[in-house]
Design a protein around this ligand. Structure first.
Ligand SMILES: *[C@@H]1O[C@H](CO)[C@@H](O)[C@H](O)[C@H]1NC(C)=O
Ligand SMILES: *[C@@H]1O[C@H](CO)[C@@H](O)[C@H](O)[C@H]1NC(C)=O
Length: 370
């Protein structure tokens, strides 16, 4: 019952951003739909779908979309000549995005990262939509269903590889539960996954058999923003970035929202900003575990670029301190995405500034996973 609060609190802190987006041109995000979905989610635990481990692929509740060069196409990997006839651009790098709990194609927060990659323009973006297998309040079902999503996505990658996609140019980027799905793909393919970037991989109910590990790809890079709460606490990859101590993000603390959830979600905005050379951040080497507190245990070594540009063969723990919300434009018109801000930019005039919508309950800090 309390689980549906996740949607409400998520919506609460995106809400001002949603309205801000209406005033901006060329926004592909269906903000209105997003709002509608969030407010009208009325599933109960008995509506949750649990796929058995041995179920077959393709799965009707897992969809794939390809975005590139301003176009979007639904992927049908069961047709052998699909790739050749698709909008896929063989000259670009490939990125597969896997959302977490309560996500979907075109859904916040992952859509922010999709748009950042598309704005950069050097990538084919493959979006895995498994939203029907983990809608709120079905977190536990989502954990159970990660395996089948990994299996089907493995089948997709095998088919794409046969059709000519070079998997050495592909990065799997997962947020929360999606990070572990990136890891699970490794079990279902006969080639080595090139790189996984895990954005605050989920902690609750993740058993060792499901957990992402550095064995899952040639390079596994992890950004920790809510370690120990919604995010995995331990060292997980070849490289682990501890952002602001890795546990709670400072700009989330005074933002009148669920500080844990905000910290967990803002990992996506760090990844988004890493796609633009002028915004890219470097982290300093630090002690092995994500150190608590403001002063990391420093370690000798060179600073390392955080995000998409992390060198493939880097390793170790790296710490970074940063008070400002990542990828929030520094001023009106600056590079970034307003959806990564915790308040709309002051200079942005809203035609009808909504205050607090009456149908959205006041967010409460609850453990949604209990
Ligand atoms: C959710 O609510 C809508 C409208 O109130 C209703 O039509 C729909 O059947 C409900 N869905 C579930 C799963 O209860
Ligand atoms: C896109 O990303 C690549 C690699 O990270 C970078 O070299 C390039 O400058 C970026 N393009 C833009 C427009 O920022």
């Amino acid at each position: 019952m309390c689980c549906s609060l996740l949607r409400y609190s998520l919506c609460f802190y995106w809400i001002s951003q949603c309205f801000a987006q209406f005033t901006l041109p060329n926004q592909p995000v269906k903000d209105a739909l997003f709002l509608h979905n969030f407010v009208s989610s009325n599933l109960t635990l008995k509506d949750c779908v649990f796929r058995p481990a041995n179920s077959e692929c393709p799965d009707k509740d897992v969809s794939y979309f390809l975005y590139t060069n301003g176009k979007k196409e639904k992927v049908d990997y069961t047709k052998t000549d699909w790739l050749r006839q698709s909008i896929w651009d063989p000259l670009k790098e490939d990125v597969m995005l896997i959302h977490g709990y309560a996500g979907g194609d075109d859904e916040l927060p992952m859509v922010v990262l999709r748009d950042a990659y598309l704005k950069n323009g050097s990538y084919n973006i493959w979006v895995v939509d498994w939203g029907k297998l983990n809608p709120p309040p079905c977190y536990r079902a989502g954990v159970n269903n990660m395996r089948i999503v990994g299996k089907c996505t493995g089948d997709l990658l095998t088919a794409l590889r046969t059709a000519g996609l070079q998997t050495e140019k592909l990065t799997c980027v997962g947020h929360s539960l999606g990070s572990h799905v990136c890891g699970l793909i490794a079990r279902f393919v006969t080639f080595r996954l090139h790189r996984i970037v895990a954005l605050d991989p989920a902690r609750p109910f993740i058993t060792p058999g499901l957990r992402l590990s550095s064995g899952n790809a040639l390079a596994v890079h992890v950004l920790h923003t809510n370690a120990g709460h919604y995010g995995e606490g331990g060292k997980t990859g070849h490289v682990d970035f501890c952002i602001n101590g890795g546990r709670v993000q400072p700009y989330c603390e005074n933002a009148d929202i669920d500080v844990q959830l905000c910290s967990h979600v803002w990992a996506i905005c760090y990844m988004a900003e890493s796609l633009f050379p002028s915004l890219t951040k470097k982290a300093e080497p630090c002690s092995r575990r994500c150190p608590a507190g403001p002063r990391p245990g420093t370690r000798v070594g060179m600073p390392l670029e955080m995000g998409h540009g992390t060198p493939l063969f880097a390793s170790g723990s790296y710490c970074i301190h940063d008070k400002y919300p990542p990828f929030c434009p520094a001023h009106d018109g600056a590079l970034g995405d307003n959806r990564c801000c915790l308040k709309p930019p002051e200079s942005l005039s809203l035609s009808s500034t909504p205050t607090e919508p009456t149908d959205v309950p006041t967010p409460t800090t609850v453990d949604i996973f209990s």
